[in-house]
Design a protein around this ligand. Structure first.
Ligand code: SAH
Length: 194
C-alpha cells in the first residue's frame, strides 16, 4: 500500500459512484415530477456537498493541494478506507435499485410516487445517506491531507444536517400516517433492529 494506490482507490470510488448513477439520472429525467422542493437553499446544499466530496479531494489528488495540510500516510487506515469505499458503493447500488423510479437527486416527489419500505429501506430510512457517509469516511481515510480528506465529511455532513428534516416533512406531507409509522420502526442511518 502506497499513497499513490490510496489516491487511485479514491479515484475508483469517485468514478464508480458517478458510473452507478448514470442510468438513474437518465431515467429520472424521463419520470414526471409531481412536487419539486428545489430552491436556492437546496441548490446551495448540493453545491457544498459536491465541493467537499468532489472538488477538494480532486484538487488534492491531482495537485497535492493544499500542501500545508498534508498528514502522515497510514497503511492500515488506507486498507480500512478501501473496505469502507467498497461498502459505500455496494450500499449506493442497493439503494438505487430499491428506490427505482422514485429516486431524485434533490427533494422531489414523482407522479405515482411509491413509499419504499423493503430491501435496504426495511430497517433504515435514509440508507443512501448512509452510503454517502461511508463514502465521506473512506475519503478521509484514503487521502492523507486534512483538507482533501476531511472536506467530504464536512460537505456531506452539511447537506445531511440541513436536508434530512425537510425531506422527512415532505414524506409525511405526502404519505401521512404511513410514513410516520415507517419512521417509528426504522433508524435514520443505522438499522433499528428492535
Ligand atoms: N433519503 C433517502 C433517499 C435519498 S434520494 C435515502 O437516504 O435513502 C431523495 C429522494 O428520495 C427524495 O426526494 C424522496 O422523494 C425519495 N425518497 C426518500 N425516501 C423514500 C422512500 N422510503 N420511498 C420512496 N421514495 C423515497
Amino acid at each position: 500500500m502506497t499513497p499513490m494506490i490510496a489516491k487511485l482507490a479514491w479515484v475508483c470510488l469517485a468514478v464508480g459512484w458517478y458510473a452507478l448513477r448514470i442510468p438513474h439520472d437518465r431515467r429520472s429525467k424521463k419520470t414526471p415530477v409531481a412536487f419539486n422542493a428545489m430552491d436556492t437553499s437546496e441548490r446551495t446544499r448540493l453545491m457544498i456537498s459536491i465541493t467537499g466530496l468532489g472538488i477538494f479531494p480532486f484538487l488534492y489528488v491531482i495537485f497535492g493541494f493544499p500542501a500545508v495540510a498534508r498528514r502522515d500516510f497510514s497503511v492500515p487506515l488506507s486498507w480500512l478506507g478501501i473496505a469502507i469505499a467498497i461498502a459505500a458503493l455496494v450500499m449506493f447500488h442497493l439503494t438505487h435499485k430499491a428506490l427505482g423510479r422514485n429516486w431524485s437527486v434533490s427533494l422531489q416527489m414523482r407522479q405515482d410516487h411509491k413509499l419504499i419500505t423493503d430491501g435496504v429501506y426495511r430497517t433504515i430510512r435514509h440508507p443512501m445517506y448512509t452510503a454517502f457517509w461511508l463514502m465521506a469516511i473512506a475519503q478521509a481515510l484514503l487521502l492523507p491531507n486534512w483538507v482533501g480528506g476531511l472536506s467530504g465529511i464536512i460537505g456531506f455532513g452539511a447537506l445531511y444536517l440541513l436536508r434530512v428534516r425537510a425531506e422527512e416533512e415532505m414524506m409525511v406531507a405526502t404519505f401521512g400516517e404511513e410514513y410516520r409509522a415507517y419512521m417509528t420502526r426504522t433508524g435514520r442511518l443505522i438499522p433499528k433492529l428492535f
